[in-house]
Design a protein around this ligand. Structure first.
Ligand SMILES: Cc1cc2nc3c(=O)[nH]c(=O)nc-3n(C[C@H](O)[C@H](O)[C@H](O)COP(=O)(O)OP(=O)(O)OC[C@H]3O[C@@H](n4cnc5c(N)ncnc54)[C@H](O)[C@@H]3O)c2cc1C
Length: 194
């Protein structure tokens, strides 16, 4: 039930995972950030929501009234999750990464992500999660593999991001979204490198 504003301004979150606080601070507008909650956001699993990218990018664990689910198993596609009937999210455990950054290209009307990329260096290696581009949040495995070899923004130029599975709507074509994935991934890596 924690509102986005609480996460964005939490001293604990800002200190441990600044990228997560920054992501929360980019959700919608002040009204949305004071009313919307992290549990509601990931239960809803809108394909353009921001928190799913942080959960997947950080390898979070979703704790529910019944069990613990890894983010890799939790997000199942457009508005679909592993939650069962009457299963309530009670907690989300975010491992603290070595470093991380979130960059999004917001829809100018809603502020939802046209494309958002959460990149992190974790104890399990590089993780790159993409929201807004496809029917559900996903890990960009080709970009992860390239960054594992050479953690630099320029290496992303050598990666091909296929547009076939990207969303296409009045806001942008699938080719546009595929191009944005690379641009946002480069910005996230550049932000990490300072
Ligand atoms: C104008 C506008 C702009 C927005 N912009 C953005 C944006 O830029 N980025 C972004 O990520 N989001 C955005 N949102 C979404 C917003 O951040 C909310 O998180 C989202 O609308 C869900 O609302 P809620 O958190 O109040 O959850 P609710 O509406 O209360 O719940 C959503 C669903 O999840 C279920 N649920 C709620 N909590 C739990 C729980 N703990 N366990 C299990 N199920 C639960 C509810 O039963 C319901 O089915 C925007 C919303 C609006 C209206």
């Amino acid at each position: 039930m924690t509102p986005h504003h609480t996460v964005a301004t939490s001293r604990e979150v800002t200190g441990a995972i600044p990228a997560l606080a920054s992501l929360a601070g980019q959700i919608g507008d002040p009204l949305v950030r004071h009313r919307g909650t992290i549990g509601g956001s990931i239960a809803n699993n809108d394909p353009s929501a921001d928190y799913p990218a942080a959960c997947l990018g950080l390898g979070a664990k979703i704790v529910t009234s019944k069990r613990e689910i890894t983010a890799d198993d939790y997000f199942r596609g457009m508005f679909e999750t592993a939650l069962e009937e009457n299963e309530i999210i009670t907690r989300i455990i975010f491992p603290v990464p070595q470093t991380a950054a979130y960059q999004k290209f917001p829809n100018p009307a809603s502020r939802y992500a046209m494309v958002g990329v959460f990149a992190a260096k974790t104890s399990d290696g590089v993780r790159v999660a993409v929201t807004g581009a496809g029917p559900g949040v996903f890990r960009a495995q080709e970009i992860e593999a390239a960054l594992a070899r050479d953690f630099s923004a320029s290496i992303i130029d050598s990666v091909t991001v296929p547009s076939e599975e990207m969303l296409q709507d009045m806001h942008g074509s699938s080719e546009y979204r595929a191009a944005l994935v690379k641009v946002m991934a480069k910005r996230a890596v550049s932000a990490i490198q300072g």
